[in-house]
Ligand binder design. Sequence first.
Ligand code: PBG
Length: 335
Amino acid sequence: MRLTVAPTPTLRFRRLRKSAALRALAQENTLSVNDLIWPMFVRDGAGLREPIASMPGVERLSVDLVVKAAEEAATLGIPAICLFPYTDPAKKTEDCAEAWNPDNLANRAIRAIKAAVPDIAVMTDVALDPYNANGHDGLVRDGIILNDETIEALVAMSLAQAEAGADILGPSDMMDGRIGAMRAALEAAGHKDVAIMSYSAKYASAFYGPFRDAVGASGALKGDKKTYQMNPANSDEALRLIERDLTEGADMVMVKPGMPYLDICHRVKATFGAPTYAYQVSGEYAMIKAAAQNGWIDGERVMLESLMAFRRAGCDGVLTYFAPEVARAIRDGRA
Ligand code: PBG
């Protein structure tokens, strides 16, 4: 850090802010449609769209309409979508067997999307919570979330998703050792080119509330996720988790939530230089939407500023429910 700077008027930072042209020349970071991953919620049935009260503008879509949304994503140039199933409560069990059913909702959606829009990358969620009677990401015995037994289930789930045509698997469960086990199983089954984006630094966050409504897990969840998700007070631990997951075979790593954890995003990118992503989670989306609906902020400008912040922090891309809105703003020259 140089502490002596030339005095004004030699150095006037405002010179390069004088006009749009000079500001454009001096701009350090950019936001492009290539940086977006669009998370979507899938439900049973046909021709059905169901609003999610705590996520204005986001809907649960039946498979046929998810295919339409994937087509829209492709038209907008969004490179990837990410699927989250809303599972019929009657299919939620303690052994979570629906998670690796080749014909479960998520796998049917993957097949339908890959058949209709083969060029879009389809990312999945690998965790047991949508299928678990008690709402946890892992198998539970006597109130304990079991690590190693859960990994066996996650491996079965991963193989079913890879078989259905998933391009990127997204383990969001935070069990220890799952990346290595998934990678070995994918190799052995001939799925050598299926990528893994590890939710490596996933915090036990209150910002996930609206998502749990969206996938119907809020009512089911018994207790909290603090024995497997990270303590929001920690940051060195995030780097150790990222290093571990990269060593075990993750191709991409994620920090989650996003905006409250930009310091982590920055440290991760600066330390490892690996493909780094953030998840701008449901609570972040809901806060911006709610304030915008009240007329308290300019929703579009806050949306764009929040996404640029991820780029500035070093993220290669962002999972965001704003993806189609951002893509349209960029297409129409407003970003
Ligand atoms: C669960 C999962 C969660 C999210 C993605 N996968 C919630 C949780 O851990 O309880 C949160 C996404 C969001 O809030 O937008 N495996």
